[in-house]
Design a protein. Structure first.
Length: 183
């Protein structure tokens, strides 16, 4: 990767500029989120994970995306209101982006290039095919709530399928392993 993930310009859900560099030295769980998805209740588990591991250096970062069956149609303000009032989300949320080509955000271009395969993938992909959904590329984000784990060193340490919940031992084990490493 020519540019560090830390250097990519981002925008918080309130419109203020940000970069992943704001979280340098922390373990990051980057998740593309949506308000009208069957997986939307994962917000609850993600918030619980954030509250449990935040003091150890975990940051959960939510990136709303409307790439999948228009399941995130709201404005940033509407998304923020929904997350706060429905799931009491306190982890950082960012402005809505695209996680798929052709207008894929540079963050997701780098994440998918760094980690083309996800853990836990398989049954979910087959289920989506049943709904007529078959991603153009095997490396594309499959659906809402796919998770990328970034180590304290700023490198992509893992990628988890949308149906790998926040309390899944494969995810929690990977997070704990990264939290145990020095910055």
């Amino acid at each position: 990767m020519s540019n560090s993930l830390y250097d990519i310009p981002l925008k918080r859900i309130d419109g203020t500029p940000a970069r992943l560099a704001d979280y340098r030295g922390k373990v990051l769980l980057i998740v593309n989120v949506a308000s009208k998805c069957g997986l939307t209740p994962q917000y609850q588990g993600l918030e619980a994970l954030y509250q449990k591991q935040r003091a150890q250096g975990l940051e959960v970062l939510g990136f709303p995306a409307n790439n999948f069956k228009a399941q995130e149609p709201g404005s940033d303000a509407e998304i923020s209101q929904f997350c706060t009032s429905t799931y009491d989300v306190h982890f950082p949320l960012f402005s809505k982006i695209s996680v798929l080509p052709p207008d894929q955000h540079p963050l997701y271009a780098q994440l998918t290039a760094a980690k083309p395969d996800s853990t836990g993938e398989g049954p979910f992909r087959e289920r989506l095919k049943g709904y007529g959904v078959d991603p153009a590329s095997r490396t594309d984000v499959l659906w809402n709530f796919e998770k990328f784990l970034i180590g304290r060193d700023g490198k992509v340490a893992g990628r988890f399928s949308p149906d790998v919940a926040a309390d899944d031992p494969r995810l929690t084990g990977a997070i704990e392993a990264e939290l145990a490493k020095a910055a």
